[in-house]
Design a protein around this ligand. Structure first.
Ligand SMILES: [Zn+2]
Length: 419
């Protein structure tokens, strides 16, 4: 299968792109269509890399708008958790398919997911054509499954995800939910098991101030130091949120090479108490990414919109419009500030054929410089064409089968008593 994009531009220069076997084979002004190529007309379009959503719970599209405007614990305990108790595999499959349609439409080509029925998330991603790193939430406190139960959930879900390899587009991760829902014993086991299998770990960390004070009280140290003691701060660890990390913790995370994914929209919507300390993290060389968090608490998966929110909240918090640049926000959104997130700021031959065509002639993209306009002026609606692994998932703003996916997801939400 081969693909040719003709008539598009990069940096205002006309280029062609050819993809073969899922990778970019040729890129440049001289590239021409070859026999057998599927051809995409890129006239009026700019070629840019795809976006990487570093933290979400995709199937929570089913809970979009359900229990909005409530305090975090009330929302979780009275609304989300009772509904999640009724979740079936089919719910998660269609909820994730709906999320994938939204992500494809708004330019996301890869996401990091933590949700129940992880095997169904994997099946949905495989069918939708994008990429994901998927882990089932591991929890062993509260109702108490203990280490044995947690091990079983991790092993079974990783097997299910691995069964959906989908030409390397889908891969597994360990996803211990948080330090306050997983015991030290189980977190230590996760660290060892992840190292043995060479898999990433995703965990929520320091989202609320209460989490920090509870950790200090229980373990005599702050959350990042506690995770490090358990062997969980490695270059293959994704830390979601990190809002309440202090300087010493950011130094440690920089040294260990873990990635912090900031989720500015979900953090503001749930009023977690302040912004992620981006300038402090950046200046220490911490690896960074951008996430939407779940569509239950965002409520959108449009990462470009979140890139703007990220830049604005950081400028506002710092009292300095230079605190973050459009280029930095774009680098975070493309996942190129962390090797673990696997993104890139520029397309190059040999790389996976994951890219977008954005409507360079859209009113919100003129005049001015493309990256600044993408971050500050545009939303995901400027994406016209999304290509992952050389396969066209959206063309002319149309994702094939999107209407059916939406209907099926709505039916599942109705079954859960939501829609
Ligand atoms: Zn989350």
């Amino acid at each position: 299968m081969s693909l040719a994009v003709v008539g598009a531009t990069i940096g205002g220069e006309a280029v062609g792109l050819r993809a073969e076997g899922g990778a970019i084979a040729e890129l440049g002004p001289e590239v021409r269509v070859a026999d057998g190529d599927e051809v995409v007309d890129g006239a009026g379009m700019a070629l840019v890399p795809g976006l990487v959503n570093g933290h979400t719970h995709a199937a929570m599209t089913l809970f979009r708008g359900y229990g909005d405007d409530l305090p975090l614990m009330e929302w979780l305990q009275d609304w989300i958790w009772p509904a999640e108790a009724k979740l079936t595999a089919e719910d998660v499959y269609w909820g994730t398919r709906l999320a994938c349609v939204e992500m494809i439409r708004t330019g996301t080509i890869r996401f990091f997911d933590m949700y129940w029925h992880a095997g169904e998330t994997a099946r949905a991603v495989a069918d939708a054509g994008i990429r994901a790193v998927i882990g089932a939430p591991l929890i062993d406190t509260g109702e108490g499954t203990g280490l044995g139960g947690l091990r079983d959930v991790a092993a079974a879900s990783l097997d299910e995800v691995a069964a959906m390899a989908a030409d390397g587009r889908v891969s597994g991760a360990f996803a211990p939910h948080a330090i306050y829902t997983v015991s030290a014993e189980s977190l230590r086991w996760v660290a060892e098991a992840a190292a043995d299998r060479d898999l990433p770990v995703q965990i929520h960390l320091s989202e609320s101030e209460g989490e920090v004070t509870d950790c200090v009280e229980a373990h005599g140290k702050r959350p990042a130091h506690y995770l490090d003691q358990l062997g969980l701060l490695t270059p293959k660890t994704v830390l979601a949120h990190g809002v309440w990390l202090d300087d010493g913790e950011l130094d440690l995370i920089a040294e260990r090479g873990s990635t912090i994914v900031t989720n500015p929209v979900a953090n503001m919507k749930l009023a977690v108490g302040g912004p992620f300390r981006f300038p402090s993290a950046r200046d220490r060389g911490v690896r960074l990414g951008l996430g939407t968090d779940g569509p239950g608490s965002n409520n959108s998966l449009d990462l470009l919109a979140d890139a703007k929110h990220f830049a604005l909240v950081q400028k506002h918090a710092a009292g300095d419009p230079a605190a973050v640049t459009a280029e930095e926000a774009w680098a975070l959104a493309t996942g190129s500030r962390s090797p673990l997130l696997g993104g890139r700021t520029e397309l190059a031959p040999g790389d996976p054929a994951d890219f977008l065509l954005v409507r360079a002639d859209a009113p919100e993209l003129a005049p001015g410089e493309l990256v600044a306009n993408l971050v500050y002026a545009a939303s995901g609606s400027v994406v016209d064409c999304t290509v992952v692994a050389g396969r066209v998932l959206m063309r002319g703003g149309v994702v094939e089968g999107a209407d059916e996916v939406r209907e099926r997801a709505l039916a599942q939400a109705r079954r859960l008593g939501i829609a």
